[in-house]
Ligand binder design. Structure first.
Ligand SMILES: CC(C)(COP(=O)(O)OP(=O)(O)OC[C@H]1O[C@@H](n2cnc3c(N)ncnc32)[C@H](O)[C@@H]1OP(=O)(O)O)[C@@H](O)C(=O)NCCC(=O)NCCS
Length: 151
């Protein structure tokens, strides 16, 4: 079977770190889902983004309290005309590698129960597990799953 090429090997796609606020407009447009105008890959504008953070959480281990680093993926979006090319997977892979390198013990996120695509991406491609069902989690009263990956 021919191995599927990763979007990281595609020379037309550049992965950029967050640098400053000048990128925020583009990020907001991506996560607002319905873009008024499609972006072209040639003009250098972002076609996908992942927004995440690292928190310190208290944990009890063997009766002792300790701090534990937990990664959190807040948003992931790829412009619709560029989906199914592995870009979402590459973005997630990159943040997981960094979170692991920064000594996170796990990574979590919430996804709408109806968002089968996101669940497939996180569960099948990376091994996230369903940790909790969150009833009426979103402002639109949609239910969510909390997914977690333990390193
Ligand atoms: C979720 C999203 C970021 C995926 O981006 P993408 O670049 O298309 O994802 P990839 O091409 O890397 O696909 C990764 C995996 O996700 C799953 N997947 C992606 N699109 C899918 C679809 N339309 N139907 C079923 N599974 C799908 C597949 O398991 C796929 O792996 P495979 O191609 O090896 O089968 C994109 O669909 C999106 O922006 N959706 C709207 C925003 C959103 O729902 N964000 C997640 C919130 S938690």
């Amino acid at each position: 079977m021919k191995e599927k090429k990763s979007s990281e090997d595609d020379p037309t796609i550049e992965f950029q770190d967050y640098l400053d606020e000048s990128q925020l407009d583009a990020v907001m447009q991506l996560v607002t889902k319905d873009l008024s105008e499609p972006y072209s890959i040639d003009d250098g504008k972002p076609i996908g983004c992942v927004v995440c953070k690292i928190d310190q959480e208290e944990a009890i281990q063997n009766g002792e309290q300790r701090m534990m680093k937990t990664g959190y993926i807040g948003m992931l979006a790829v412009q619709s005309s560029y989906r199914r090319r592995g870009i979402g997977k590459s973005l997630v892979r990159k943040v997981l590698e960094r979170m692991k390198a920064m000594k996170c013990e796990s990574v979590m996120l919430e996804t709408e129960m109806s968002n089968v695509t996101a669940q497939k991406l996180y569960q099948r491609s990376f091994g996230f597990i369903r940790e909790e069902k969150l009833v009426r989690y979103y402002l639109n009263w949609g239910d969510a799953y909390r997914l977690r990956l333990w390193f």
